[in-house]
Design a protein. Sequence first.
Lengths: 171, 103
Amino acid sequence: MDILNFGIKVGIYALMAGTLVLAVGVVTLRNLFHSALCLAATLIGTAALYLVFHAEFLAAVQILLYVGAVVTVIIFAIMLTEHIAERSVAQRNRQSLPALLGILVLIAVTGRILLKTPWAVNPATVGARVTVADLGAALMGTYVFPFELVSVILIAALIGAVIVAKKEKSS
Amino acid sequence: MIIPLPHVLLFSLALFGIGAYGVLTRRNIIGILISIELMLNAAGINLIAFSKTTALAPETGQIFAVFVIAIAAMTATVGLAIVLALYRARKTVFADEVNLLKW
């Protein structure tokens, strides 16, 4: 049993490390198409991490919506604009070093804070299993107003995207 | 919890940092959008981790994560529509070449 637990732990840490490596690939690869594929792999790694936390529904939604829809739309946009991204064109601006320094400082400070914080773990929550029925009841009960708001925003985004991307008539 | 909560938080912090680096250094607007998706994902991992450990009600964090995913899908749709309109108007997808309003 101990060996099994140890194996699971090693697996989870390996998953995290692999996801981070793929995420570094997302921001550093020159070819945007490869970068989008790395993004898909990172999102699948995140979905696997959701499974570790027993959020099965969220993992399914993540794969369906992110990997299935968002990455597809991104690749579609890359294909439509690709011939501008040639090899000779610089892919990053001149802020690399200051950005790296600033983000390292951010990570150091925030990491120190969250290692020092005594997280009050709620034992009732750790043991709870959230089913899809619970999520649905919460969406239709406590969170019904944000739920309706999100559906309105979805419609607005849909109509807005169509109008923005529509070809204008030459007048 | 199989692994301690701070380790998960450090992981999502690193993911957020990588995404922020991409946002600050990429020239291509689509690359910036991809990095924003990474940052939103880091926030989602935090929400799920907290909903499993410190939340008062276990489903709260998952509901918030659903909303984050919905908003991220909208960001991608509207953002890419803007990119396509921009490409049609100015023939570029590089953020620093869109300088019509720059003084």
